[in-house]
Design a protein around this ligand. Sequence first.
Ligand SMILES: [Zn+2]
Ligand SMILES: [Zn+2]
Ligand SMILES: [Zn+2]
Length: 109
Amino acid sequence: MSKIEIICAFCKGTGKDPFDLLSKLATCQVCSGTGKVEIIEPAIKCAFCKGTGVYPHNARVTCTVCNGKGMVTVKGTTEECLKCKGTGTETESGLPCIKCGGKGVISKK
Ligand SMILES: [Zn+2]
Ligand SMILES: [Zn+2]
Ligand SMILES: [Zn+2]
């Protein structure tokens, strides 16, 4: 496990609030304005938001699965979640899959 720095998915590295929630000069709440976020490897693209860092049903909110980073840390060997078929989303409710937590994969035991 090691920490790596990635471009903030929520603001796409600009460091600015992408939706002008507070003001045009407001900093991104995910990366605190740096444009970059740290994640722990191994990490995969967040299935629930498809790596955008944005909550699918409300474009002004950060994804609750990856907290806006667009990537999520996984443990060990993973396999596709059969419940959501890797989408990370509950088909009926549209909420993050309860089995995989929205990652789309589950750790193999
Ligand atoms: Zn950001
Ligand atoms: Zn996400
Ligand atoms: Zn799932």
